[in-house]
Design a protein. Structure first.
Length: 286
């Protein structure tokens, strides 16, 4: 009999989402499910296909798609003021080339939260899938969660503007615990021991976002907050309340990676790590 509420936490990382894609496909293979799922940036983009239970859909996006399309380009910036091709990823793909099952997403009993950063407050905003119709969630909330500072424009949602969720909450372990998920599977896209250091773009941040001082403060505080989050994840793991899946090798995959060979290696690595840890994962979900 299941006594615990379970959470699945998905860190961002741009094209390192190929790793998360492999993890999620392995979880789908083993028919794993969770009460709550929290996705940040690329973690939100991969998480929605887990909720709709579409095996290998993420693989088509994060691995195979880069052979035919550019996800980051000056052409996209000229057209939409955004180096990330959000039109392709959140409109053309789900509505045409790599169909997304909106009905399965809508009807899933799992609570799914996409994390953004509210530019006015500088704090994390958690958009649960039931707060919006499914198409608006994919075409508006996800782009907001993936709007990287400096290279993407803020996305307006209701009465505020939003940027990438990782600026304020890269790993929402506290949110999951506060929501009652005392057992968590945490998917990170950096190797164990990674320490985030202070950004060299503080002056640019304060210049570009000077009308949003709280946002500037969150960006400045990001390294400290990130390192605290990873510390909390490790604490939960040591208590036996969490399993952490993170790459042993990222194969030099960068945030804007376009080499499908490296991305496939990272995808396979994520898939294989779940296979190795499946019994540990079952223990926290039963």
């Amino acid at each position: 009999m299941k006594n615990s509420k379970t959470g699945l936490i998905l860190e961002g990382g741009g094209m390192r989402g190929a790793f998360t894609s492999g993890v999620l496909d392995a979880l789908l293979k083993h028919e794993m499910s969770f009460d709550n799922v929290y996705g940040v940036s690329a973690g939100a983009s991969t998480g929605v296909s887990f909720i709709s239970r579409q095996f290998e859909r993420n693989k088509k996006v994060f691995v195979e798609g880069v052979d035919n399309y550019k996800y980051f380009s000056f052409k996209s910036f000229i057209k939409n003021k955004n180096f990330l091709n959000t039109e392709l990823l959140f409109d053309t793909y789900p509505n045409n080339l790599i169909p997304f099952d909106y009905e399965a997403f809508k009807n899933s009993p799992t609570k799914f939260f996409a994390v953004t950063t509210d530019c006015i407050t500088g704090k994390a905003a958690f958009f649960e899938k039931s707060s919006s119709d499914a198409k608006n969630f994919i075409m508006n909330i996800l782009p907001a969660s993936n709007s990287l500072p400096f290279i993407s424009p803020p996305v307006k949602i209701d009465n505020s503007f939003h940027l990438d969720g990782g600026l304020s909450c890269s790993i929402p372990i506290e949110k999951s615990l506060n929501d009652g998920c005392d057992k968590n599977l945490i998917v990170l896209t950096r190797e164990a021991g990674y320490i985030k250091t202070k950004s060299k773009l503080t002056r640019l941040t304060k210049s570009l976002y000077k009308k949003w001082p709280n946002l500037c403060q969150s960006i400045e505080n990001r390294p400290f907050e990130y390192n605290q989050e990873t510390k909390k994840c490790n604490t939960e793991m040591n208590k036996g309340n969490a399993v952490i899946i993170q790459p042993k090798d990222t194969f030099d995959v960068g945030r804007a990676e376009s080499d499908s060979t490296k991305l496939r290696k990272l995808y396979n690595h994520g898939f294989e790590l779940v296979e190795e840890k499946i019994e540990e994962i079952r223990k926290i979900t039963q």
